[in-house]
Structures are given as structure tokens and as C-alpha cells.
Design a binder for this molecule. Structure first.
Ligand SMILES: [Fe+2]
Length: 194
């Protein structure tokens, strides 16, 4: 699901990839992994990742005047072995817009408007179908009650916290950070709409 908060044409950046400035408020998070072909498991060099997410306040940049344009939205390519890494901050749960008909529908069926914190990703590569998905943070209070019923166990990621001085020094950070690894497998086929 792409959802309503996607903006096509996010800045295309080269490694080291960061979705935001170094002083972005929130828990620093490094996400890394590999993009492979589902057919045979071979890496997909140069696969394109298009990532978007909320700030730690649960707001996308275009609905928050306090964030720079395109904040927490970037596109970047995996390396020659299909590997990628990016720096960001942990996103936060948010309420879907519920002031109009959606809100009346939710009220009618007795549902709340909350979504668990998540990263949105579109992953694409030549000769493969583009994959649009979301990754959810383990431990989120809304993980078992997403208002759009989109959470799957395979899309839930567990963050590892790092606070040893030598680990911080290796990353050039002065505060603890989290890491998570996630690999993507793309089905063979035509890429489909961008
Ligand atoms: Fe979202």
C-alpha cells in the first residue's frame, strides 16, 4: 500500500545516505540490508529504494511547517552487491486524518484512527516488479490494532540499541542509536507504475 502521504520525486542521494539532518530530533536509527531477486536469491545491484516516514512527532514533512521540505524522504541506490544502508530517526505512531468522511466511518464502526509507527519503502530494480511496503517497529502500542489492518509479522522489525562508547565513536555519534537489518526480495516481472 502506497498510502496518501507519498510524494514522488524525493531527493536522490548517494552514500552515506541520511533521510534527515544529523540534528533531527528522535532516536537515531540505521537501517541496512540487501535487495535480492526472489527467483534465485541473487543480489540486485543498484536497486532503487524510495523511503518516506514521519518525524518522531508522528508528522510527515508536508503536514508539519517545522520540518524542512522533503525531510525524511529520500531515494537512493543499493550498491553493486544489492546492499543498502541509511540513517534516520525512529518514526512515531500517528492518527490518520479523521475530520471528514473517514472519521465518521471510523466512529460508525467504533474504530480509532491510530497507526503504529512505520517506515514506507518502494524498492525497484530492472526486470522485477516494484515492491511497495511498510516496516513496523516491534513494541509499538498499536502494532496489534492498526486502524488500516496493514501489519504482518514478517514486516515487523526489532531494533537493537547500541550505547557502548566505542560503538558511538565508530558511528561518530554522541548519543545511543539503534540498528536493524531487513532484506527485500523482488519478484521477476515488469516494474509496473513508478
Ligand atoms: Fe504512513
Amino acid at each position: 500500500m502506497e498510502g496518501p502521504f507519498y510524494r514522488p520525486g524525493a531527493p536522490l542521494v548517494a552514500p552515506p545516505v541520511a533521510l534527515c539532518a544529523d540534528d533531527e530530533p528522535g532516536e537515531v536509527l540505521f537501517v541496512s540490508g540487501q535487495v535480492r531477486s526472489a527467483a534465485d536469491g541473487r543480489p540486485l545491484p543498484g536497486a532503487l529504494l524510495d523511503v518516506w516516514q514521519t518525524s518522531q512527532a508522528g508528522l510527515y514533512e508536508h503536514e508539519d511547517p517545522g520540518q524542512p521540505d522533503w525531510n525524511l524522504r529520500r531515494r537512493f541506490h543499493a550498491d553493486g552487491a544489492g546492499r543498502y544502508e541509511f540513517r534516520t530517526v525512529a518514526p512515531a505512531p500517528y492518527q490518520i486524518p479523521h475530520s471528514g468522511p473517514v472519521g465518521r466511518l471510523l466512529a460508525a464502526v467504533g474504530r480509532h484512527p491510530w497507526r503504529p509507527a512505520h517506515l514506507h519503502l518502494k524498492v525497484s530494480a530492472p526486470q522485477h516488479k516494484a515492491l511497495t511496503t511498510m516496516l513496523y517497529l516491534e513494541g509499538d502500542p498499536w502494532l496489534d490494532d492498526d486502524t488500516i489492518f496493514s501489519v504482518k509479522p514478517a514486516l515487523t522489525i526489532a531494533l537493537t540499541r547500541h550505547d557502548r562508547p566505542e560503538d558511538l565513536a565508530a558511528r561518530g555519534l554522541d548519543r545511543p542509536f539503534h540498528t536493524v537489518a531487513y532484506d527485500f526480495a523482488l519478484q521477476r516481472g515488469s516494474p509496473g507504475p513508478a
